[in-house]
Design a binder for this molecule. Structure first.
Ligand code: DC
Length: 231
């Protein structure tokens, strides 16, 4: 039985397990995984390092023309984000980037540049992309759309654990504050705010394990792959 390639769009709040689920699902299906948040983070890193004034559209446009973002799978089979040819995978996860990425991602010109690149990456399907506007704006025709949520405390513990894995202890209150700030900006911005697509399936990850999340998504993906091969 032939399974057609589909686009899987995963949206949701920060630290709900989107990227962990997306990566694993892509691995199982042999699909490409694209972390769209990493693209906004790479832009933010460039803006910070080059002192780009976010309120100056000319400066922003000029900077965007200098930015080239790409992804490569490293020897450990982990996808790394490259900014102008250099791996920035570690740097884009730093708190200085996390604190600025939501404001940067509200800028229309930034979003237009990223969305254009994301659509190119998905043109041949066989892709899992996670973010905030993937099912609503980037791929409104995606065959499978998921919207992930979880309780705030669970999300904060998960983010704190990710920092710990990099030998950094961040106070839980600071993690919660950063997540809340980002939720607010992400859901209330004028340009493609985070919202659930009408046809998205909601997955609340508060009480389920990563394996359970992945199993649910794979089951849905297979049914869509069969469905889309009939049409
Ligand atoms: O997924 P993440 O936490 O790494 O995303 C970082 C920020 O990028 C997030 O606060 C909002 C923004 N973002 C966005 O606006 N649109 C996307 N498709 C992905 C991320």
């Amino acid at each position: 039985m032939k399974l057609n390639k589909i686009v899987i769009a995963i949206d949701g709040y920060s630290a709900c397990g989107k990227s962990t689920t997306a990566k694993e699902v892509a691995k199982i299906l042999g699909y490409r995984y694209i972390d769209s948040g990493a693209m906004y983070r790479a832009v933010t890193l460039y803006f910070l390092d080059h002192h780009v004034a976010l309120t100056n559209p000319k400066e922003v446009d000029r900077a965007l023309q200098q930015i080239n973002i790409s992804f490569k799978v490293n020897t450990k089979k982990v996808t790394e984000t490259f900014l102008n040819g250099l791996s920035v995978e570690q740097e884009i996860r730093q708190m200085r980037v996390s604190e600025q990425v939501s404001p940067v991602s509200t800028i229309k010109a930034v979003r237009e540049a990223m969305v254009a690149q994301q659509r190119k990456l998905g043109k041949d399907k066989g892709i899992v992309m996670d973010g905030r506007d993937i099912g609503t704006v980037v791929f409104p025709q995606a065959e499978l759309k998921l919207f992930m949520t979880a309780d705030m405390l669970v999300r904060a513990f998960r983010r704190q654990r990710e920092w710990l894995e990099q030998d950094r202890l961040i106070d839980l209150d600071d993690v919660i504050e950063n997540i809340k700030k980002r939720d607010l900006i992400d859901t209330t911005r004028a340009e493609s705010p985070l919202r659930q697509a009408d046809d998205a399936v909601v997955i609340d990850t508060t009480h389920i394990t990563i394996d359970e999340q992945v199993d649910q998504v794979i089951r849905m993906a297979i049914s869509r792959m069969l469905g889309s091969s009939k049409g």
